[in-house]
Every structure is written in structure tokens, then in C-alpha cells.
Design a protein around this ligand. Structure first.
Ligand code: CDM
Ligand code: ATP
Length: 313
């Protein structure tokens, strides 16, 4: 990934920084065999969509975290929280003390396959970089991000990008327009390692569908404006595993197609389901019909691509 260094204003004077960070979806998620290090090689196409968490970082002489919003009560506030790990990793990298008071407002569903924890981690790296005046480039932040989780470098970058390696090597790709999504959030989450274990198990049994293969057709579909063309090439190798662990997802996916979605697929490791709409108006009517079917805990609309973690104030 190569991005130009961005000049940042001096936030040390005001004493606080706000960062807005999007959720991610995978338009193509090709999963290779299990590697010796416990990860899988991926060929994935990420897109950042307009569901956001906000991280507000204040100067402090200790490290403290509070969270409100969707699913806040279920989240750890200690070193298990990826935002706390981000503060410590940036401090270790720069030699500065790991001091910040963080407040996260969650809007991205937890454990939904939308990378909400990764998003908060990316946002905290960007926020503390600005708050402490460390002035690291996006590339340097992405390198630290890769040590904390596979999806995190993409959330620093945003937009639409090809992810390789275990997903941590990201390169921007061209997307011709804006795509409109309906996001069907399920009750409860799915564990990402459990979903990867399940695809390995299904493959060993010989019952997994054919692998998604090359992302090239998807990359070509992104360079033209017709959503029907994109709909035909969306693919997720983890979908069979998520459906195997949560069979109700099959009903949710079928309900979306019945209601007129151009395509339906599981988001990342699930259980959130994504439905592609023709345009913003179609997304609103599709969301209303799906909500009426009662197959999701909540239904939201979103568009993509949008920027990665960005300072807003
Ligand atoms: C499902 C996706 O969201 C698709 O983008 C990601 O692959 C998951 O990325 P993530 O949540 O950042 O995952 P990490 O925190 O790096 O890894 C969590 C666990 O997921 C599994 N994992 C993750 C990434 C990968 N390429 N292969 C894996 O097998 C491993 O069991 C790993 O221990
Ligand atoms: N700031 C955070 N927000 C959400 N989850 C967090 C956070 N920090 C740590 N976690 C832990 O990470 C787990 C997965 O949460 P997350 O919302 O990132 O899942 P996900 O969307 O399925 O992720 P991915 O798509 O990257 O696999 C949660 O169960 C939670 O305990």
C-alpha cells in the first residue's frame, strides 16, 4: 500500500480528537487452506460502508476507556479491547507513554462480521497519532495495525481494496460508483475462529461449495456502474460455514431475494447478511420489506465505498 503523508493539524493544543471509522464488508472472500501459523491465505475485496463507530480521545495521564451505544455492555474495557491494545502498540512504537482517555460510541454491531472491533482499533491508532502529534503516515499506522489483527490495516485505509496474505496486505482498487446495501443484523454474534474452523471441517468432509476462486471478475464488475453485474460475482467462501453454524441465515438470505435484492450474501464471518440494492431508493424499500419479514434483529441501509478512519474534530 502506498499513500501520501497527510499533514495533520495540532490537536495537542485542544486536548481531544474525534475519529469516525466505518464498518467493512467483503465483496469477494476467497479462503485458501489452513496455514501452519493458524491463519488462512485470503484473496479478498474489502469495501468500507457508511455504518460508523466514533472514538473520542482526550489527553490524560492515565489510560482509560468507556463505551456506549450498540452492544456496549458486552465489551471488555481492559487489554482485551482492541482500542486499548492500539494505544499500547502506538506507545511502544513511538516510545511515548500509553496515556489517553478514550470514549467509543458504537453503532457497528458487535461480532457481526462487520469488523467493529477492528474499526475501533484503527480509529484509536489514528486518534492517538493526532493527539500525541506523532505524525505517522497511513502506511506506518497500517504496519502497526497489522500486528493487532488482519482486518485492521484496511480500516485505516478505507474505500475499496484488495486484501492478500491473511488479509493484512491491502492495496486500493478502482470502484466506479457508489453501491447501495441493506444490512441485516442477526441476533447474537459468531466467533471468527469458529467460522474458519467450520470451513476447514466442511472442506475435509467434501461438503463445502467450490471455492470462490480469483477476485478478477469482481474487480472488473467494480469498474462499471451496473449493480446487476456486481450482483452476479459477489462471493464469500465463509458463507457455507456461517450457514452451517447458524442455519436460520439461509431463511434470511432467501427472504432478501424474495423481496427483490439483486444479491444476498453473508458479511465476512457472519452472521450479518448483506443485500445489494439497485439504488438508494430501492435500498430503503428493501430494508422496510425485510424488517417486516422479521428475519433480522435490525435492518439498516448503507452505501460504499467510504473513507477509512478519519479525524472529524
Ligand atoms: C473474516 C474476516 O473479517 C474477513 O475480512 C477476517 O478474515 C477476520 O479478520 P480479524 O477478525 O481481523 O481476524 P484476526 O484477529 O487476525 O484473527 C482471528 C482468528 O481468525 C482466524 N483467521 C483470521 C484471518 C485469516 N486470514 N485466517 C484465519 O484463520 C484465525 O483463527 C485467527 O486466530
Ligand atoms: N472495541 C471493540 N468493539 C467490538 N468488539 C471488540 C472490541 N474490542 C475487542 N472486541 C472483541 O472482539 C470480538 C469480535 O468483535 P467484532 O465486532 O470486531 O467482530 P466481527 O465484526 O465479527 O469481526 P471480524 O469481521 O473482524 O471478524 C467481540 O466478541 C469482542 O469481545
Amino acid at each position: 500500500m502506498s499513500l501520501a503523508y497527510e499533514e495533520k493539524p495540532d490537536f495537542m493544543a485542544s486536548g481531544s480528537v474525534r475519529v469516525r471509522v466505518p464498518a467493512k464488508i467483503n465483496l469477494h472472500l476467497g479462503v485458501g487452506p489452513l496455514r501452519a501459523d493458524g491463519y488462512h491465505d485470503l484473496a479478498t475485496v474489502y469495501q468500507a460502508i457508511s455504518l460508523y463507530d466514533d472514538v473520542h480521545a482526550h489527553r490524560s495521564d492515565t489510560l482509560a476507556l468507556t463505551i456506549d451505544g450498540e452492544g456496549a455492555g458486552s465489551l471488555p474495557l481492559d487489554d482485551d479491547n482492541l482500542a486499548v491494545r492500539a494505544v499500547k502498540a502506538l506507545a511502544a512504537h513511538t516510545g511515548l507513554p500509553a496515556h489517553a482517555r478514550l470514549h467509543i460510541t458504537k453503532n457497528i454491531p458487535v461480532a457481526g462480521g462487520l469488523a467493529g472491533g477492528s474499526a475501533d482499533c484503527a480509529a484509536t491508532l489514528v486518534a492517538c497519532d493526532a493527539l500525541w502529534g506523532t505524525g505517522l503516515s497511513r502506511d506506518e499506522l497500517a504496519t502497526i495495525a497489522a500486528t493487532l489483527g488482519s482486518d485492521i490495516p484496511f480500516l485505516v485505509l478505507g474505500g475499496t481494496a484488495l486484501g492478500t496474505g491473511r488479509g493484512e496486505q491491502v492495496n486500493p482498487v478502482l470502484a466506479a460508483g457508489t453501491w447501495h446495501w441493506v444490512v441485516g443484523v442477526a441476533a447474537g454474534g459468531l466467533s471468527t475462529p469458529a467460522v474458519y474452523r467450520e470451513i476447514d471441517r466442511l472442506r475435509e468432509l467434501g461438503t463445502a461449495p467450490d471455492p470462490a476462486g480469483s477476485p478478477d471478475p469482481l474487480l472488473a464488475a467494480l469498474r462499471q456502474p451496473d449493480p446487476e453485474v456486481l450482483a452476479a460475482v459477489l462471493a464469500n467462501d465463509l458463507q457455507a460455514a456461517a450457514v452451517s453454524l447458524r442455519p436460520q441465515l439461509r431463511t434470511t438470505l432467501h427472504a432478501g431475494i424474495d423481496e427483490g435484492a439483486l444479491a444476498a450474501l453473508v458479511s465476512g464471518s457472519g452472521p450479518t447478511c448483506l443485500f445489494l440494492a439497485r439504488d438508494a431508493e430501492h435500498a430503503n424499500t428493501l430494508a422496510a420489506s425485510l424488517a417486516g419479514r422479521g428475519v433480522c434483529r435490525t435492518v439498516r441501509t448503507a452505501h460504499g465505498p467510504v473513507s477509512g478512519a478519519r479525524v472529524t474534530a
